[in-house]
Design a protein around this ligand. Structure first.
Ligand SMILES: [Fe+2]
Ligand SMILES: [Fe+2]
Length: 151
């Protein structure tokens, strides 16, 4: 696949991550979780900006994003969004989104090997996604064990 098309696809993938996490800010249960989400959102915004700026530098149009998560959830996760009223579901969605992103980054790193600048950035972004994944997995474990200890 051509690199410009990939950059556009990754712009949308990162917009998806950014919008998913921003949309959950109002439902978070405490200050610690809010800070963690804010930090994740900051990094996703850097990822979005990178694709946006790179496309613009190449004189390419940045894909249109309507702000609707449903279409992007279908495109990247192959199904509807989970109900996000519980922390457990929010973390499960985080795990699914980040796992998909890492899988896509692995493929793109191989495709973009002849462009060292892009490649370096892809590695960096992918490692950010790995940190996000670990955070969601760890918090999912706590959320699940909390539910079990209450029952
Ligand atoms: Fe990202
Ligand atoms: Fe991420």
């Amino acid at each position: 696949m051509n690199t410009i098309l990939r950059l556009k696809e990754f712009y949308l993938l990162e917009m998806f991550q950014l919008t998913v996490y921003e949309s959950q800010m109002a439902s978070l249960q405490n200050e610690y979780i809010e800070h963690a989400y804010q930090r994740i959102i900051e990094l996703e915004r850097h990822h979005v900006d990178y694709y946006k700026e790179t496309l613009q530098q190449h004189g390419e149009e940045v894909p249109f994003f309507s702000g609707s998560l449903t279409a992007l959830a279908g495109r990247f996760l192959g199904g509807p969004m989970l109900d996000l009223t519980t922390a457990e579901n929010r973390y499960k969605l985080g795990v699914a989104v980040e796992t998909k992103a890492i899988e896509m980054y692995r493929a793109f790193v191989i495709e973009a090997w002849e462009y060292p600048d892009i490649c370096k950035r892809l590695w960096n972004n992918m490692i950010d996604e790995e940190f996000h994944l670990l955070w969601f997995k760890d918090n999912l474990k706590h959320a699940t064990s909390l539910v079990q200890s209450i029952q």
